[in-house]
Design a protein around this ligand. Sequence first.
Ligand code: ZN
Ligand code: ZN
Length: 365
Amino acid sequence: MARFAQRRDQLARAVRRLGADALLVTNFTNVTYLTGFTGDDSYLLVGPQVEVLLSDPRYTQQLGEECPGLELAIRRPSIVMSAWASKVIKQARIARLAVEAASMTLQLRDSLAAELPHVTFMPVTGLVENQRLIKDREEIREIRAAVALAEQAFGVVRAALQPGQTEREIAFELEHQIRRFGGAGCAFPPIVAVGPRAALPHAVPTHGRIGDGDLVLIDWGATARLYRSDLTRVLVTGRISPKLERIYGVVLTAQKQAIAAIRPGVRMSDVDAAARRVIAQAGYGRRFGHGLGHGFGLEIHEAPRLAPHQDQPLRAGMVVTVEPGVYLPQWGGVRIEDDLLVTRDGCEVLSHLPKELPECVWPQL
Ligand code: ZN
Ligand code: ZN
């Protein structure tokens, strides 16, 4: 419990620096991060003088188990959450209330403003998200577990891969195996894309079959308990054409160069550029239409972002994906994605599935 209390203390100091009396945390993922509570529909009011979780009777027992000692304000079923929040804010004598602009709805803001005419609202963004940027030891441990689950599931699915299998069947099987190995489920709906479908960076699995193309791109991840992983591999299920060999080589080189550039102090945009340069020099610059990578943890996409114009420096404790890709309409696409931890003197690649082209030929000899 101590680490959640520490996170709230750190947040309370940030709230004080803003000149606010408290922050109303309405983003449920942020509430989980700050309390350990895994349910939803609950807010947290936190500041130098106040720390209270607002919830409803469905969660009373769970809250007692997951965040013992935390002050609770459980509303009655007859009171709607916005009215309850107003009451708690009034009782805490808050004059300047910071609110999470990225998650608070206009409806909630308007009803709070109507109930609390003397309160000044201060919309803020990224306050809790900034804390979430740097993972602590517990978080890193769970992310490692999420990576291991994804890799174990992939191993089973790969070994059982059949030419007649559909994209959807492979996606279901990944989920099944992640759960069998003890994970909470997929970190996001898996992308399984055969042949030309792989040209869609976010392809939704169809009834297309493995035998319909020379390759299958699989982008999947596991959720261990709360924390996630995110990987992509391309398996060659047919002919290794010169074009596939060339594009695969370009993407893999780009990924390796980006990984080699990762260490604390390096600008995120420079890591993106390290990969983008390789792809552009090979003539595929316009075919790499997304950022190089993203942070992940409680959510599958969170700060930071490895992308052009992201000029902040990397810091030790950040976890990011590195996932360059080249996509050619009608032909297909190649993306290779690994998960990395920024360490004090460089980075650690957390995922270990083979990615050299000969190792990705199915069935592997
Ligand atoms: Zn992915
Ligand atoms: Zn990703």
